[in-house]
Ligand binder design. Structure first.
Ligand code: NAP
Length: 484
């Protein structure tokens, strides 16, 4: 099955932070791939902006290098790369200085969509927005893309929202959470709301629990000092895991439309219970033979920051009252794996002799690696010899089934940037949603800070601290195995 590509309207995208890591690794390669696919039109332009003094040619070299490094061999077409690079230019501007902004203004065309991508540190989101306004560059229908982290707590998120609101309306702001751009995440909504099969079962009567895991094998490495001020709760739970939880838990919006969907997500966040201390397990990785410990990576021997967290989260509404959501995320774990497991309850009564097969179905939604879903069903083991039951997954790998470029699924950033140009905010976080997420997160963090809780040490290459396994064991449940 090959996906259809509908070109977007011509645009000028000003990429602030164009010399940075994210621009080189994700944003420029994503734009190129959309150009290769015919979705980014010939008339579109990318204007790189940062403080470094680069000529257009220097920047084009940077783009070529980035594409060489971060685009797969299969997608790297030398002629297309050159055509794409011709559409790139550069201007040196400093967010904290007024020089050269009029020159930037003269580079942007009036008759195309204008988008500004803030791929810079959050501390300069405000100054950039103000200069775009003061120099008359941002106008009513220009769009602003902002990267995470969106604040470090409720107060900073509010201030940031207020700052951006002085130059841009909410309908112009696209707050990125790249998890929402993943094909599987969108498919989760399709599975829930475009099939009659699941919705009647999608509640506390039939679902025993939900578990969401985002495990990484990397440590905090080069960004240790930043990470040490953040930790897994702020870096991953408040945004990515929270968004996944919302998509599983929300009521069906009456239309697949940005504000209706975001209204439903907001209701879920507002219904989250406060978390008691016994439902929180924080961890910090120890040194291994190959790698330093978290504290060494963070260059802070006394650090109390968590590189791992597991939580049991309750939702106080009719649909979910007795169905816990278990969340866990961590660094230096056994496997790089992000998945959601919706664990259904057992059948109320078995007419078969028990022979070890579980009588509970589960729906697994894999975000990475190998994006896809599987539904575990209990079936009869083939062959004679009585009624022996086995659990079999009904497996759908999206790359095999749907891959539009011979198995290569578009990166989340490709989808999200094109959505911005189309003016579709469905997969972006609204300001009140982000603030509500911080309102829930802040007291949890304040609680462990007040108690002086120390994270549990855990060995690298494992599933995290033993206490995290116990968080489920004590409820008679278990996490999906990470170590096999
Ligand atoms: P980075 O590598 O440090 O790049 C920062 C960019 O900002 C550089 O291009 C820098 O260029 C420019 N810059 C710095 N100060 C500036 C100023 N005063 N005026 C104009 N430009 C300025 O950072 P990054 O890793 O690309 O991250 C960018 C944003 O994305 C951050 O908000 C980060 O949290 C977020 N993010 C990054 C990743 C990732 O994987 N890297 C993932 C998710 C989110 P000059 O020094 O030339 O000015």
């Amino acid at each position: 099955m090959v996906s259809r590509t509908i070109p977007v309207d011509p645009f000028d995208l000003v990429l602030f932070g164009a010399t940075g890591d994210l621009a080189r690794r994700k944003i420029l390669p994503s734009l190129y791939r959309r150009f290769l696919a015919g979705q980014m039109p010939e008339e579109a332009r990318v204007i790189g902006a940062a403080r470094s003094e680069l000529s257009d040619d220097d920047f084009r070299d940077l783009v070529r290098e980035a594409l060489k490094e971060f685009v797969s061999e299969k997608a790297f077409d030398a002629d297309t790369v050159e055509t794409f690079v011709e559409r790139c230019s550069y201007i040196a501007v400093d967010a904290k200085d007024d020089a050269c902004w009029q020159q930037l203004k003269s580079m942007i065309r009036d008759d195309v969509i204008k988008a500004f991508y803030f791929s810079v540190a959050p501390s300069i989101f405000g100054p950039l927005a103000e200069r775009l306004r003061d120099h008359g560059i941002a106008c009513e229908n220009s769009r602003l893309i902002v990267e995470k982290p969106f604040g470090t707590d409720l107060e900073t998120a509010r201030k940031l929202n207020d700052k951006l609101a002085t130059s841009f309306g909410e309908s112009q702001i696209y707050r990125i959470d790249h998890f929402l751009g993943k094909e599987t995440v969108q498919n989760l909504m399709a599975v829930r709301f475009a099939n009659v099969l699941f919705e009647p079962l999608w509640n506390e009567r039939f679902i025993d629990h939900v578990q969401i895991t985002v495990a990484e094998t990397v440590g905090v490495g080069g960004r240790g000092s930043y990470y040490d001020t953040s930790g897994a709760m702020r870096d991953m739970v408040q945004n990515h895991l929270m968004q996944l939880l919302c998509l599983i838990a929300m009521e069906p919006p009456n239309q697949f439309e940005a504000d209706r969907l975001r209204d439903e997500k907001l209701k879920v966040i507002r219904a989250l219970d406060p978390i008691p201390p016994e439902d929180i397990v924080r961890g910090q990785y120890k040194a291994s033979k190959e790698n330093p410990s978290y504290a060494e990576d963070a260059e802070n021997p006394d650090s109390l920051t968590e590189s791992f967290i597991a939580l049991k989260v309750g939702i106080s509404n009719w649909r979910w009252k007795h169905t816990p959501f278990y969340l866990r995320t961590g660094k230096r774990m056994a496997r790089r794996m992000s998945e959601i497991v919706v664990q259904f309850k057992e059948t109320p009564h078995s007419i078969f002799d028990r022979d070890g097969a579980s009588r509970a179905n589960s729906l697994t939604i894999r975000l990475q690696p190998d994006e896809g879903m599987d539904l575990s069903l209990t079936i009869k083991e083939p062959g004679p010899g009585g009624m022996r039951l086995v659990n079999m997954p009904l497996d759908m790998s999206f790359a095999d089934a749907l891959g539009p470029r011979g198995g290569e699924i578009p990166d989340a950033y490709e989808r999200l940037i094109m959505d911005v140009i189309r003016g579709d905010q469905t997969l972006f976080m609204r300001g009140d949603e982000v603030e509500a997420a911080w309102s829930w997160t802040d007291p949890v963090i304040a609680g462990w800070e007040e108690r002086g809780d120390k994270p549990h040490p855990y060995s690298q290459g494992t599933s995290g601290p033993e206490a995290a396994l116990m968080l489920m064991h004590r409820d008679g449940r278990r996490w999906r195995d990470l170590e096999t």
